[in-house]
Design a protein around this ligand. Structure first.
Ligand SMILES: *Cc1c(COP(=O)(O)O)cnc(C)c1O
Length: 234
C-alpha cells in the first residue's frame, strides 16, 4: 500500500470517527484531496486508492495537471475543485476545467464564471468564501455583505450556489477551532432560512478537520495530511 493510500485511509477513518462523535452519518462529509504543488503522479496514486475529488489553488498548474491525469487515466471521471484566490483575468480556464469553485467573494467574478461556463457543461457549483476571522488581510466576503452576494450569485444562470467556505485564523485549541466554524455554520443556516437551497459547508483542513466535522462541515479540504508537506505555497 502506498503512503498516500495509507494517509487517505487514516483521514477517512478520522472523518468517520468525528462524524460519529457528532451524531452525524458516517458518509455525511466528503473528502476533497488538495493536490496543489504535487504532480499528476500523486493524483494518480490517490485515484488508485479510490479518491475522486481533488482541489487545486493555482490555475495554470491545475490545467496542466488535469490534462496529464486525463491522458494517463482517460476512463476515470474525477471532480476538480478550484480553491485558490481568483484573479478576474483567470476566470475562463476555471469556468472551463472545474466542477466546483470554493473561493468566490465578489459578484463580478461570479458573473464572469457564469458567462464563461461552456454551453453543454453542467452548471458550475459555487461556494462563497467568507472572512470569518475579520482580519483585513484575509480573503472572503465580510459577513455583513454575505446575504446580498449570495442572492446575486444564486440568480446567475450557469452557476449553482451550493454553500459557504472559510479558512479561519489558524488556532490549535479544539474549542477555538469549533467557535470559528460555528460562525460559518450560523451564516449558512441564516441563508437557508432566508430561502436559499444550500447544502455545502466547505470547512476544515489537515489541522482542524475534527472541529469542522463537529460543526457540520460537508466537505473538508485536506492536503498535507494526504500528500505530505509542501515545498512551496502561496
Ligand atoms: C492548501 C489548502 C488546503 C489544504 O491545507 P492542508 O493544511 O495542507 O490540509 C485547504 N484549503 C485551502 C483553501 C488551501 O489553500
Amino acid at each position: 500500500m502506498s503512503t498516500i493510500d495509507q494517509n487517505l485511509q487514516a483521514i477517512n477513518a478520522t472523518m468517520r470517527d468525528a462524524a460519529a462523535g457528532a451524531g452525524r452519518a458516517p458518509d455525511a462529509v466528503r473528502l476533497l484531496a488538495v493536490s496543489k504543488t504535487f504532480g499528476a503522479d500523486a493524483v494518480l496514486a490517490a485515484m488508485a486508492a479510490g479518491q475522486r475529488a481533488f482541489g487545486e489553488n493555482y490555475v495554470q498548474e491545475a490545467v496542466d495537471k488535469i490534462a496529464a491525469v486525463a491522458l494517463a487515466e482517460p476512463a476515470t471521471a474525477l471532480e476538480w475543485h478550484f480553491i485558490g484566490p481568483i484573479q478576474s483575468n483567470k476566470t475562463r480556464p476555471i469556468a472551463e476545467h472545474f466542477a466546483w469553485v470554493h473561493t468566490v467573494e465578489r459578484e463580478k467574478i461570479a458573473q464572469r464564471l457564469s458567462e464563461q461556463r461552456p454551453a453543454g457543461m453542467a452548471p458550475l457549483n459555487i461556494c462563497l468564501q467568507v472572512n470569518i476571522s475579520g482580519e483585513a488581510s484575509k480573503s472572503g466576503v465580510a459577513p455583513a455583505e454575505l446575504a446580498a452576494l449570495a442572492h446575486a450569485v444564486a440568480a446567475l444562470p450557469n452557476l449553482t450556489l451550493r454553500g459557504l467556505m472559510a479558512i479561519p485564523e489558524a488556532v490549535t485549541q479544539y474549542e477555538q477551532q469549533r467557535a470559528a466554524f460555528a460562525q460559518l455554520r450560523l451564516l449558512y443556516e441564516q441563508l437557508r432560512a432566508d430561502g436559499l437551497a444550500l447544502d455545502t459547508l466547505s470547512m476544515g483542513m489537515s489541522a482542524d478537520l475534527r472541529a469542522a466535522v463537529a460543526e457540520g462541515a460537508t466537505i473538508v479540504r485536506v492536503g498535507s495530511a494526504i500528500f505530505g508537506s509542501r515545498s512551496y505555497d502561496q
